[in-house]
Design a protein around this ligand. Structure first.
Ligand SMILES: N[C@@H](CCC(=O)N[C@@H](CS)C(=O)NCC(=O)O)C(=O)O
Length: 206
């Protein structure tokens, strides 16, 4: 029996895990659940989502792991995707905390306000302008680092690159951010898309 992933096809948090599994060439069963579907309501009702959110990775013994970046760390453990020296590992975790604390809360939120009809009422001009400025400032932190480094945490791609790739690669198409001002980020996005085994957001299994 393989692992089972509960994931939301349109969501970057879920896409991170699908991308990591693909890059690791790990087989898994995929259960795709979108917002406002009976499938998602049932998963909540059945207690399949321990922290009430997707993604959730269910291991072969039935253990259910929530939180996208925790799942990435689990999958990367013992592979080249998790740096083996303590300093690079701390850098990787630092970027992953940055992703959840400062990046996802702005970049993904603006994309959600533009794309999910149920959030449209929250997309006031003031809020959208505030998120645009905040997002460009967050992206500038990545740009400054990537101007001098090919990868975020180490000399090779790591879990941190996968965590930050998900919402950054759709920052313009879905979030409306102006990415041409970030050449180093764009070059890094292209490096990730060229990795063997890479899959896109829409390449969901089945
Ligand atoms: N910090 C969590 C955030 C997960 C999250 O917000 N998931 C959303 C989709 S992006 C979700 O499951 N929404 C469905 C719901 O709330 O019912 C992670 O990184 O896994």
């Amino acid at each position: 029996m393989s692992k089972t992933l509960y994931s939301m096809p349109s969501s970057g948090n879920s896409y991170k895990v699908r991308l990591m599994l693909a890059l690791l060439n790990e087989p898994y069963t995929h259960i795709g659940l979108e917002y406002e579907t009976t499938g998602l309501a049932e998963a909540h009702a059945l207690g399949a989502l321990p922290m009430g959110k997707l993604p959730v990775l269910v291991l072969e013994d039935g253990t259910a792991l929530p939180e996208s970046n925790a799942i990435l760390c689990f999958l990367a453990d013992g592979t080249p995707w998790m740096p083996d020296d303590a300093v690079s590992r701390a850098h990787a975790l630092g970027w992953m905390f940055f992703e959840q604390n400062r990046h996802e809360t702005v970049i993904a939120v603006r994309a959600a306000l533009r794309n999910y009809p149920s959030r449209a009422h929250l997309a006031t001009p003031e809020r959208m302008a505030e998120l645009l400025d905040a997002g460009h400032a967050v992206l500038q932190v990545m740009e400054a680092h990537l101007a001098d480094n090919d990868w975020l945490a180490a000399d090779a791609p790591s879990v941190a690159d996968i965590a930050l790739y998900a919402y950054t690669h759709m920052a313009e198409s879905q979030g409306g951010f102006e990415m041409k001002q970030f050449p180093a980020i764009n070059a890094w996005l292209a490096r990730i898309a060229a990795l063997p085994g890479y899959v896109g957001l829409k390449d969901t299994p089945e």
